[in-house]
Design a protein around this ligand. Structure first.
Ligand code: ADP
Length: 537
């Protein structure tokens, strides 16, 4: 449950991230600024640390030089009977007390040579009380005591005994050598200068940098949010207006404020919308006029056609009494009159759809029964074309609430087309139903459809091959009328076809007219779509 919540949250966050330019701009600006601020802060800290350390080292070396010179000169000034054992502790305590005044700790090690090396005077080491002698790094000790590098220095951590009450601090230690004139013994003096003040300054600088960096980032975030808001808000408004325009509210316009680029964008957008609206209105008017024209012409032609038809019927009935040429002409006249009548009926039907005047007469329709009725009505055509029409039902009875006349017209049109284009192979009518409704597919194994034709076949007057000789005499309006009929029921009419592999037209009708369909009981692409042409699977 919690995992689902988390994934939902993640999805919302990703969608927000993908959709919001503002979020992306703000976050990337803040991230980039954070990198720059960190780099600048790091460089500044580094330079300040270096500067402070250098100053401290310079002062420490100078102080150590002064101390060792003073100590050395006071040693040199001592009398020749200078007793090292008695005077050295006094000297060391002098250095230590000078250190407590000047702010450093001291360690004296020695003598560095001779038989009493490192053992004289209580272990040979004197140092500020409480200081841990290990604070003097052994590396420096070896440089000063063995190589003789007087005035050498290094950084260290100055440690104190826990009972001394002092805390460990970073510091710099400078080592010098002292020579006792009495016995010529050499001693090492280490002075440890704490860098507490420098550390404090550095902490202060770091805190200041951190605070100002954080404040700067907040400022950058606020600024970029404000700036992007100014740009994004009009874009969002434009998007909303565009969506409303797309949904058909053609009078929607953007508000124009000021004269900046965004205002000019709004002006151009509005101009585009106005021009589109004008074009659409013009097209709508044109198509309405066209539809009216078709409807008027069809109605107007109906009366003279009835008269011509009556005259034609008379001539046709009397054709045996004419000479063969006139008789043939009477027959041709009859055929063409049939086609003309069919065309007028289709045109009137289309006009009714266009005018929104088509109405459904609903009843429960058994599709199996209807399919058999259609098969019977096209039996003569099928025989002429040496085609066999087979009906197959998958599952139980398929009953839908529909307008029987319209559904029968759709199925008859599909089956006649299939026979026409089947090239004498079999035509199969498949039936199946599911919880949502029923599907009826008409499959043939004839010429098939070229890619893209599965959409074009439903266009008015569209024919794949206008020159093709038709036996059933279609008008090119059959499938567009069928599509309108299917839509009137809230159903689907779709086509599949491949050159040389036949085609399949699938009609899907909801259980109750007008109910929403989400899937069909039969696949649009037939299962035998891949098998080679010829015959029923
Ligand atoms: P008509 O059949 O009068 O030409 P339709 O609207 O019924 O008009 O069909 C339009 C076009 O769709 C046909 O001319 C034909 O090119 C194509 N068509 C329809 N059914 C099939 C089919 N079963 N196989 C191949 N092409 C078809």
């Amino acid at each position: 449950m919690r995992a689902r919540n988390r994934s939902g949250l993640l999805r919302t966050a990703t969608t927000f991230w993908r959709r919001s330019i503002q979020a992306r701009v703000v976050l990337s600006t803040v991230l980039l600024s954070a990198v720059v601020v960190t780099l600048v802060g790091w460089t500044l800290t580094q330079q300040i640390t270096d500067g402070l350390a250098k100053d401290r080292v310079r002062a420490a070396v100078a102080e150590s030089g002064r101390t060792s010179t003073d100590v050395q000169s006071s040693l040199s000034a001592a009398t020749s009977d200078f007793d090292a054992n008695a005077q050295l502790p006094a000297l060391v305590s002098g250095v230590v007390s000078r250190g407590s005044v000047r702010g450093y700790d001291a360690v004296v090690v020695g003598p560095l040579e001779g038989p009493s090396r490192g053992t004289t005077l209580g272990g040979g080491e004197f140092f500020t009380p409480g200081l841990q002698v290990g604070s003097v790094p052994s590396r420096l000790q070896s440089v000063v005591e063995e190589v003789g590098g007087s005035g050498s220095w290094t950084f260290t951590r100055i440690r104190y005994d826990s009972d001394s009450g002092r805390e460990d601090v970073p510091g710099v230690v400078v080592g010098t050598r002292l020579v006792l004139p009495s016995d010529g013994g050499t001693y090492a003096l280490y002075q440890l200068f704490p860098m507490t003040a420098e550390q404090r300054t550095l902490d202060l600088v770091r805190r200041a940098l951190l605070t100002s960096g954080a404040l700067l980032l907040v400022l950058v975030a606020a600024l970029s949010w404000l700036v992007t808001r100014q740009v994004v808000t009009p874009v969002r408004l434009a998007r909303r207006v565009a969506e409303r325009l797309a949904s058909g509210r053609l009078e929607e316009r953007m508000q124009v404020r000021g004269e900046d680029d965004l205002a000019r964008l709004a002006v151009s957008f509005n101009q585009m919308a106005t021009s589109l609206q004008r074009q659409i209105r013009k097209l709508e008017d044109m198509s309405a006029a066209q539809r009216r024209f078709v409807s008027d012409v069809s109605h107007e032609l109906r009366t003279p056609l009835t008269t011509v038809r009556m005259a034609g019927d008379v001539l046709h009935d009397a054709r045996d009494q004419f000479d063969p040429v006139t008789g043939r002409a009477a027959e041709l006249l009859q055929n063409e009159l049939d086609r003309f009548e069919l065309l007028l009926t289709d045109l009137l039907e289309i006009s009714r759809f266009d005018a929104g005047a088509a109405a459904l007469h609903l009843e429960d329709v058994d599709l199996l029964e209807l399919a058999h009725r259609v098969v019977d009505s096209v039996a003569a055509l099928a025989e002429r074309r040496r085609t066999q029409v087979v009906v197959r039902r998958v599952g139980g009875p398929c009953v839908v609430e529909a307008d029987a006349r319209r559904v029968e017209r759709i199925v008859r049109n599909l089956v006649t087309n299939a026979i026409d284009y089947a090239d004498s192979s079999d035509v199969v009518i498949l039936l199946a139903c599911n919880a949502e409704g029923s599907a009826l597919a008409v499959r043939d194994y004839g010429v098939g459809l070229r890619p893209g034709d599965e959409v074009r076949v439903f266009n008015r007057f569209w024919r794949a091959d206008p020159a093709r000789v038709r036996t059933s005499g279609g008008t090119g309006l059959g499938l567009s009328i069928s599509l309108e009929d299917a839509r009137l029921h809230g159903g689907w009419l779709q086509a599949w076809g491949a050159p040389g592999r036949g085609s399949q037209f699938r009609l899907t009708l909801p259980r109750r007219a007008g109910e929403r369909l989400t899937r069909s009981a039969l696949p649009l692409v037939p299962r035998d779509a891949d098998s080679q042409k010829a015959g029923v699977p």
